[in-house]
Design a protein around this ligand. Structure first.
Ligand code: ASP
Length: 499
């Protein structure tokens, strides 16, 4: 007899073994590959087991040398610092390596790289998995939405579902930020960061934070609504503009009910066939999930510096406690109160989607899985899930909003700035808007945070303090993001049952 382990257990095992594998094959933190030019020929060598390294920069013969010291474990900071020099400046750079008490100097430096391990080399398997899920998301949304809207054939009902969905999303997001702000006020995570730690975080993530600040995306509320209407639906599809796609698909599906039934039935059945094929494809891709998840987690853990967790422990604790509280309490209440569904069944039903959200950090890539879970495990009609979930993946990000609330307060606390109640209310408003405008892909939450910081006159460079743990928190907040979409979906389905 063949033993069949359910998929969610396989994915859970992949998460655990992936994390173990990643910590065994960690990228060494006191080694790197150095490329330099020897008599104009590029030459690569490995520098391993050093005790200390230093970069010495001398602009010209008679200028004073600047020295940047790095101990073992500060390899990421060293590589970032090295990359911050222009090619021209690198000519005046000397690398000093202290190993077993001896010092070696290197010149004509070209590049320094981390040394990959088997755990980071397998990452492409995970990337292929994310790409497969992402390419399924858009066609799946379009066809299911058109078919869904075409079968609702009642404009009033569509309007009612639409406004209820929107209201649920906005209210749950505002609650999420409030949970984050209350916890950050109670725990005061910023008080635990010493001035020395603040300085070293600021220096280490200076470059990265400057990059993120320039990527800042503004949310203009009027423009936001104007932009929902696509000028060219094919362009919207090609560039993955989810809201524009939803707008087009709902409109198109609705007008199908206005035309000759014979013609529309034909198209609907074709689209229905495409939708079935897409769902089949999701099931096939999910067979790869354990391998994809294993590779993604292994690579993330192998490349993650643990030291920073000590410095930012209370900040991480506050965000994680908030996410956990919100996910369990608020979603249980929504599911039970409006969806008349058991919270235990709900969380069991969506656990596969949660594991995929955690490993991909992307609500968009998780969307096909969330749809599958909600329809097949929680028996939500396709008509509702195909409308509520894509909309949610795009505009509803409770986890991101909660994290932004905590992060803003944390940064203010580290800088010793007291935020007034008005400023905290401004955070609730801007973070709600920001989470609507945040794209459902990895790492966008922190870019939107820049806008929130500026709205309350906090220095945007503050994001340097939290960048080091952003990846881990991104994985966790994405779980909350997709759980919120699923909870609202169950609530809408429950409230529409007898209508
Ligand atoms: N990664 C998140 C998502 O896709 C967005 C973010 O917070 O960066 O849901």
């Amino acid at each position: 007899m063949k033993l069949k382990i359910p998929l969610h257990y396989q994915i859970l095992a992949a998460l655990i073994f992936g994390a173990l594998f990643g910590s065994i094959f960690k990228i060494p933190d006191n080694a790197f590959t150095l490329k330099r030019s020897l008599s104009n020929v590029p030459h690569k060598e490995k520098i391993e087991k050093y005790e200390q390294i230093a970069l010495i920069y001398k602009q010209s013969e008679d200028s004073i040398a600047q020295e940047f010291l790095f101990k073992r474990g500060e390899q990421t900071a060293f590589i970032k610092k090295f990359r911050s020099f222009s090619n021209l400046e690198k000519k005046n750079l000397t690398l000093k390596v202290i190993k077993s008490g001896k010092t070696n100097n290197y010149h004509s430096l070209i590049s320094v790289e981390k040394i990959p391990t088997i755990a980071t080399e397998i990452k492409p398997i995970g990337t292929v998995f994310i790409r497969l899920l992402s390419f399924l998301a858009i066609p799946l949304v379009i066809v299911t939405l058109i078919v869904g809207a075409a079968s609702i054939d009642d404009l009033k009902k569509l309007g009612r579902i639409g406004s209820k969905t929107f209201a649920f999303y906005i209210i749950s997001t505002a609650i999420a930020i409030t949970v984050g702000l209350v916890l950050a006020n109670l725990i005061q995570p910023g008080k635990y960061v010493s001035a020395a730690a603040q300085e070293s975080l600021a220096a280490e993530f200076e470059l990265e934070s400057a990059e993120k600040i320039t990527q800042k995306l503004d949310v203009d509320i009027v423009d936001f609504f104007v932009q929902i209407v696509p000028q060219n639906p094919f362009k919207a599809i090609a560039s993955g503009e989810m809201l524009q796609i939803v707008f087009f698909a709902v409109l198109f599906g609705t007008v199908l009910t206005f035309i000759d039934k014979k013609k529309s039935a034909l198209l609907v059945s074709v689209l229905d066939a495409i939708s079935d094929a897409m769902i089949k494809l999701v099931n096939i891709v999910m067979k790869l999930a354990p391998y994809g998840v294993f590779a993604l987690i292994a690579a993330t853990i192998a490349d993650f510096g643990y030291e920073i967790i000590y410095t930012l422990f209370w900040y991480m604790f506050t965000v994680l406690a908030g996410l956990l509280l919100h996910t369990i309490l608020v979603y249980s209440a929504i599911v039970k109160g409006f969806g008349k569904e058991s919270p235990v069944k709900f969380f069991k039903g969506i656990r596969t989607a949660q594991a995929i959200a955690f490993s991909t950090s992307s609500s968009a890539a998780t969307l096909p899985v969330t749809m599958d879970c909600v329809e097949n495990k929680l028996s939500v009609p396709k008509k509702i899930s195909s409308f509520v979930l894509p909309l949610g993946a795009t505009i509803n990000m409770d986890g991101t909003a909660l994290y932004q609330g905590v992060a803003a307060l944390f940064i203010a606390q580290v800088y010793g700035i007291d935020l007034s109640i008005t400023q905290q209310l401004t955070i609730v408003l801007t973070a709600t808007l920001a989470s609507i405008g945040t794209a459902p892909v990895p790492g966008v939450g922190i870019i939107m945070l820049v806008m929130i910081l500026q709205s309350i006159q906090l220095p945007a460079e503050g994001i340097a303090l939290i960048l080091g743990v952003d990846r881990i928190l991104d994985m966790c907040r994405t779980i909350t993001n997709i759980s919120g979409d699923a909870a609202v979906c169950v609530a809408i389905a429950g409230s529409e049952k007898d209508k």
